[in-house]
Design a protein. Structure first.
Length: 268
């Protein structure tokens, strides 16, 4: 795990099953059933996308846990039926089923849960507040971390920032994305998804761009202010240690593992 003396920094990609990674990221002779084992030893975290589309079995979560090394962490995309609905406050039963469905088998390898809203979902302070109240602080004595991925510009308001801070929920920082960027720090951790890898760059990003994201990760981990991203409110250094989760997502996906590994080398 790369990091600072203050907060840990984990870097990864979205998922681990992607055919074009075979022979580019994965050795050509690696069997598919060993891809997670391999990926988890090159990266320090992975964001699981399959949980967004459907329920997984408890034994599946346990298998993922056992195939990965100590210190590795999964983040999960929450079920779409919970986070992508007209009335977020009605998601209580779906949220409860999700946490009762085996996800806690990840144990200490369970990282943040990403609740991704629809791009058309507008900010409704009453509904968002009610939804955030539904997100459990812990399950079975294990503390949980939640992050909200909002994708409509109406969320760029101090009222939303205040709500996220009140509930201790992070806001996804969308990097190099067409979605609005809200880089305000609202929780004891920071969660970034950077989406701008390009085919022409061997490491997905230019060296300067990778240096920039590595510097931001270090700043977040040490409680320094990051002032070169779009925030709703001015960011001030507070010196508070924060864990950082940064995922290279979308863009030219073939290059995403190379970008993540390049960031890890910078942070080593």
């Amino acid at each position: 795990m790369a990091g600072t003396p203050e907060g840990s920094i984990r870097i990864g990609v979205g998922g681990w099953t992607y055919e074009p990674w075979r022979g580019t990221f994965y050795p050509a002779d690696l069997t598919q059933k060993r891809e997670l084992e391999f990926a988890s030893r090159q990266l320090t975290s992975i964001e699981i996308n399959g949980t967004f589309y459907g329920a997984q079995k408890p034994e599946t979560f346990a298998k993922w846990r056992d195939e990965t090394p100590d210190g590795f962490v999964f983040s999960l995309k929450a079920p779409r039926f919970a986070a992508q609905r007209a009335v977020l406050a009605d998601a209580g039963r779906t949220i409860a089923r999700f946490f009762a469905g085996g996800v806690m088998e990840l144990k200490d390898k369970l990282g943040p849960i990403n609740w991704q809203l629809m791009p058309t979902q507008k900010f409704d302070p009453v509904d968002v507040d009610a939804f955030l109240k539904l997100l459990p602080k812990e399950v079975g004595g294990r503390p949980l971390r939640h992050v909200l991925e909002v994708r409509h510009p109406s969320f760029r308001t101090p009222q939303f920032i205040a709500l996220a801070r009140e509930h201790g929920v992070a806001i996804v920082i969308a990097g190099d994305s067409t979605y609005p960027q809200i880089a305000d720090v609202t929780a004891p951790f920071v969660y970034a998804r950077i989406m701008g890898t390009k085919e022409k760059e061997t490491s997905g990003y230019s060296e300067a761009a990778l240096d920039g994201w590595a510097a931001r990760a270090r700043a977040w981990a040490s409680g320094a202010a990051v002032n070169d991203l779009d925030c709703v409110e001015p960011q001030r250094a507070d010196g508070r240690a924060r864990d950082v989760y940064l995922y290279v997502i979308s863009g030219h996906k073939v290059r995403n593992p190379a970008a993540a590994m390049s960031l890890l080398r910078r942070l080593a």
